[in-house]
Design a protein around this ligand. Sequence first.
Ligand code: FES
Ligand code: FES
Length: 918
Amino acid sequence: MIPPRADAAIGTIRFIVNGQAREYSGNPATRLADVLRDDLGLTGTKIGCNAGDCGACTVLLDGRQVCSCLTAVAQVDGREVTTVEGLAGIGALSGLQRAFHKHGAAQCGICTPGMLIAATDLLSHNPRPDADEVKDALGGVLCRCTGYQKIIEAVLDAAAAELPAAPAAGAAVGARAAKVDGLAKLTGDERYGADAIPADALWLRVVRSPHHHARFELGDLAAFAAAHAGIARVLCARDVPSNGFGIYPHIKDQPVLAEGTARFRGEAVLALVGARAAVEAISDADLPIRYTELPPVMGIAAAAAPGAPLVQADKPGNLLLDGWVRKGNAAAAFASCAAIAEATFESGFVEHAYIEPEAGWARRVGDRLEIHVTTQTPYMDRDEMALVMKLAREQIRIVPTACGGGFGGKLDISVQPLIGLAAWLLNRPVACVYTRPESMASSTKRHPSRVRIKSGCDAMGRLVAIETQADFDTGAYASWGPTVATRVPIHASGPYFVPHVSARGRAYFTHCHPSGAFRGFGVPQGAIAHEAMMDELADTLGMDRLALRRLNAIKAGEATATGQVLAHSAGLPQCLDALKPHWDEAIAACAAYNRTAGAKRRGAGLGCMWYGIGNTSLSNPSTMRIGLSAKGRLTLYNGAVDIGQGSNTILTQIAADALGLPMEQFAIVMGDTDLTADAGKTSASRQTFVSGKAVELAGRDLRAKVLTLLEASANAVLRLEGSMLKARDANGEHQYDLSWLPARSASDVLMGEGTFDPPTSPQDANGQGVPYATYAFAAQMAVVEVDCDLGTVRVLDIVAAHDVGKAINPIQVEGQIHGGILQGLGLALMEEYLPGRTENLHDYLIPTMGDIPRMKCILIEDAEPLGPSGAKGVGEPGLIPTAPAILGAIQHATGVRMHQVPVLPHRLRAAIKQAETK
Ligand code: FES
Ligand code: FES
């Protein structure tokens, strides 16, 4: 250790980073995180909040974990700092890093450096911790992807872990293969949106409306820029060539920069571009902008009220969309029901809370625009940028960076049009990184909902009719509102066979940030309602809650509410059968506990779900290519962005087996719109099913070409040894030197290609049709403990049975389920975004490592013939059943059915007290 300096506050600060002596001569109050990243280039240390809430910036200071965003660089004078880049030995991973790789503990990887550092601190003084000690030590680092389970497993295994061997040729599908792109996430080498900004880039800061609703007038922006050193330009609405964007081709209602009216707090009004210090030094109060605050329309009831002020002048009744599904005659059928349940359920905004805020940079290259950005959907970004900039699609190149979490929130564009416009106009690279409050104020959220539902069954418990009216708050602009308003009625009956269904979905405009896509597109809110009805019907008839669900579970050969007859792969019955022993045991255990437990009571609940994979009633194609170079290198040209869910690995597994070569011989090019084909967006749980099928076809195509070249038979065993392509079949050995082939592209001599567009059909006026080619199914069971005096709920266990068609990679599937469960727990118990009040990660709470229940995954593989090796999808399904199961368990424990999520302690306590006084 080097000795501390007395004059640290005014002179050069000297310290050791990863074993090397370093100096810093700037402002001693500068955050250590900024010095590490900006001055020393150690971007493995991440910034998720800059406020001590997320732990992404955790480093070791003299061997103990600290938040480097809360540590002034002066505090490290004379001390030793270790970042993630310093954890590995020369050329070798630490045991902890190997364990993370083996267990699939890094999904998007943005939290991984902080997790690794916190675990290193723990293991340095406690080499054999137990799970509770791991939770204590790592509890300050938030992860939004993994559900924490695999991180804990990895830390417990750190002493023994070896890097997993790659599966052999032909054995990749179904293997628990480690991530093909996993190592960079463990060493700090992965580059996210804020990590590779060119040194000469200008900085862009967005000026946002402080009001939910306001008119505003701008002064002389050019004069303002000229009067402020370091400011290159102030952009406003009139600078944007076509100032409207949106998800749907016919709805471009959201301005890049607001034009005279701000419709939500956090809406972009101006963009300051210049030197970073200059744009950050300007106070919003000093800008030539004058707001006139107007009364906002807040909430569904206000928006739907007769005569309500219009959020968008051309949207009468503030109504974005009114979607229907009608089958049979639900209203008449209720007359024949032996039991009827009826209720209304409400939910609020939920924030995605990806740990990586929106970030990226852009540059002009001749008459083209190149944008490097964290995104879920490079091809939609490309098309949207072409519209906004009035350029041809070919003039736009999107290069996705690593994505530090998305969950649907990075499907809508954020920094893209602003940095693109600025770079185009100024002909300089321009970068923008949102702050955490800015990210939370401006990004989309889960739609708040009000779902009125009525369900009826016969005396045997068979469902007869379901009637649902689901209303959603879509915020100021459409975003994914139409998708939610159509997807929810389709799924409103739940995963059951119901002869008579009437389901309506409406989305209303309000003066809030747009609601968008968030893991489930409204289906989680609907599932809370239909699962509560299943509980109530079972209770009314005196039936077991699982038995009622099993009786009604839809099966292959039966028709959904849209009249679609499920041809294959409807695995809810198997999921429920797998849960039954756990359910019976849990019911008995809760009863035994409750006989003696006083104010604490335990309950068990169930949640079932189905989820249509991919776009709703729309073409949904993906194209994949696999190239083979003259040197014998395989490249998967993959337009599907891996946002942490593991699609790079899963697609490689499928490609490897389709081609018949081992997966470690593949390299990946991901998402670059100049180098890949359009694979569609990473959403709606579609990449394994849709892009997986496309890559399977591409692999078969390349295999056919290779076999033709080798004159080998269809079942030949392939080998690739440098440029020598070899095969063995019944006729003996075949070989071909790839360097003899003419180049087919810049790097490849052979190319296989596959395209898959799942067969769907449009819905008619009654919503009848085939909206999805296949559906995932799941049933989860929750066991909770409720403190009836405090109103607090602790989730003790979740058992999750999921029909995924085929688990291409069980580690990744389990990781998706674990992560979904934790987000579902947040939806049920703690997460409620309040515009203007919870714009940070200390007022907006997401589950921490201390909140996790015991989680058990049961994978059901009811093969879908359309999918690759029978696979469907699991991204959204992991979340959807969790909140219904928790609410059912709370009701079982307390007798109180909660009708509003999150079930915050004060709400539950009030409901229990009210029930006691009845
Ligand atoms: S960035 Fe330091 S705690 Fe979040
Ligand atoms: S892996 Fe932890 S936040 Fe994504």
